[in-house]
Design a protein around this ligand. Structure first.
Ligand SMILES: [Mn+2]
Length: 418
């Protein structure tokens, strides 16, 4: 499957990660019998090495999915280079390219995730990098709409695998997953609007040092309607718009200063509970994992949003609003691995601003490796069918076909209303 895909990409002139297997003679080399068998040391006419070549996430095949729907996928990486909603340090528009750069070594040895006993680069389905949504840096309202539209275009497509099985979407469809590379945290509002169209109100697991449920008057002062939507208020808006499932949302890693204790009250009204960063000293990673699992459950669709500032600035200095006293990369990765079995339907990682990074690329590497765990969670859950990796029966296909018809009718109705 991957081999065929690579041939297609080669013909279309797109970037390759490991070369064209079918038209290339592999003379010799240690990786010859493995799925990722064309590396520079293996001979052949083209094999970009891990330290050169064109960057995609994990050196995955690139396909311009927004321009063409010819390539199906089960997991897509999609950049949202937006940073005009930041309050402190701008620069997250370089996040998508920075994270890709930090991810290039992820599958150097094949990409097998040892603690999770799975390979998110070589599994039951297909994962690709779809490039970036075109996002204007001159008009936030327009940019936010671009992000919602770009994301939703991909989210509503039939996946590569299990397309006709009964799925978790509100119309009973199985949809692909999208992992969005931010961008400042404002992007999560349009992403949740997109996800809401597919799944209805959704539970959120939110890793961050900040609440981001602040009312616009508390965070930023809101001199205009547009200024009211920023990287500290997007969850307030999401809650007001009914995008979040009631009282099933949780923040983890919180340690910001507040305007006062009422910020936590407001946060509760928005449907969240909190795990503070310092609680790792009493609960440990295992206690944090159970608290998250208990809050969101393993039945409902769940959205995962990760602000890289969850990590201590020692591990991730390159971010918009750093806060000391955070978790280590090891701790965050352990906690994320503990969330296996939760129905993560989409995810983002945000606030990576590479210009503030060390020369050793600590932050972009941490972001990429965190997403490696997220990918693995998704792969282990299986396609977003009701049964996950289990086999579903005829009933699922009939229901999906019925829903497809209903959706077409809804679309007609919508067009008439316009
Ligand atoms: Mn934050």
């Amino acid at each position: 499957m991957l081999f065929k895909a690579l041939t297609l990409f080669s013909l279309s002139g797109a970037a390759l990660c490991h070369g064209d297997h079918e038209h290339q003679t592999t003379f010799s080399g240690p990786h010859k019998s493995l799925w990722y068998n064309t590396l520079p040391g293996d001979g052949g006419t083209q094999a970009d090495s891990v330290f050169s070549g064109i960057s995609t996430f994990g050196r995955l095949p690139y396909f311009p999915c927004l321009a063409s729907d010819e390539e199906k996928f089960d997991i897509a990486f999609l950049g949202a280079p937006f940073d005009t909603g930041t309050s402190y340090r701008p620069g997250a528009r370089f996040g998508p390219s920075g994270i890709r750069q930090g991810s290039r070594r992820l599958n150097l040895y094949g990409g097998y995730n040892v603690p999770m006993a799975a390979n998110p680069f070589n599994f039951w389905g297909k994962v690709i990098d779809c490039g970036d949504i075109p996002v204007t840096s001159y008009d936030n309202a327009y940019a936010i709409q671009q992000i919602e539209d770009g994301h939703n275009t991909l989210l509503m497509r039939s996946p590569h695998t299990a397309a006709h099985k009964r799925g978790l979407s509100k119309h009973g469809k199985t949809l692909p997953r999208i992992i969005t590379l931010g961008g400042d945290h404002t992007i999560t509002l349009p992403l949740l609007r997109s996800v809401n169209k597919a799944y209805g109100p959704i539970s959120v697991v939110h890793f961050d040092s900040h609440l981001d449920t602040w009312k616009p008057k508390v965070f930023g002062g809101a001199p205009s309607k547009q200024a009211a939507i920023n990287h500290g208020t997007y969850f307030y808006h999401a809650s007001q718009e009914g995008l979040l499932a009631n009282d099933t949302n949780i923040h983890a890693g919180i340690r910001t200063t507040l305007s006062g204790p009422t910020d936590y009250d407001n946060d509760g009204y928005c449907g969240f509970t909190r795990i503070e960063a310092r609680e790792i000293d009493t609960l440990g990673t295992a206690g944090i994992i159970s608290a998250i699992r208990e809050r969101v459950g393993t039945e409902n669709p769940v959205y995962l949003s990760i602000d890289i500032d969850t990590l201590d600035p020692a591990f991730a200095p390159a971010t918009g609003t750093p806060e000391t006293g955070g978790w280590s990369t090891r701790e965050l990765r352990t906690i994320i691995r503990g969330l296996e079995g939760i129905n993560f339907v989409a995810a983002d990682i945000v606030e990576v601003a590479p210009a503030y990074d060390t020369n050793a690329e600590l932050t972009t590497m941490a972001a990429a490796d965190t997403l490696f765990e997220v990918m693995t969670l998704m792969v282990k859950r299986g396609p977003l069918t009701v049964e996950g990796l289990g086999e579903s029966g005829q009933q699922g296909e009939a229901a999906a076909a019925e829903e497809e018809e209903k959706e077409a009718q809804d679309a007609d109705k919508g067009a008439q209303e316009l």
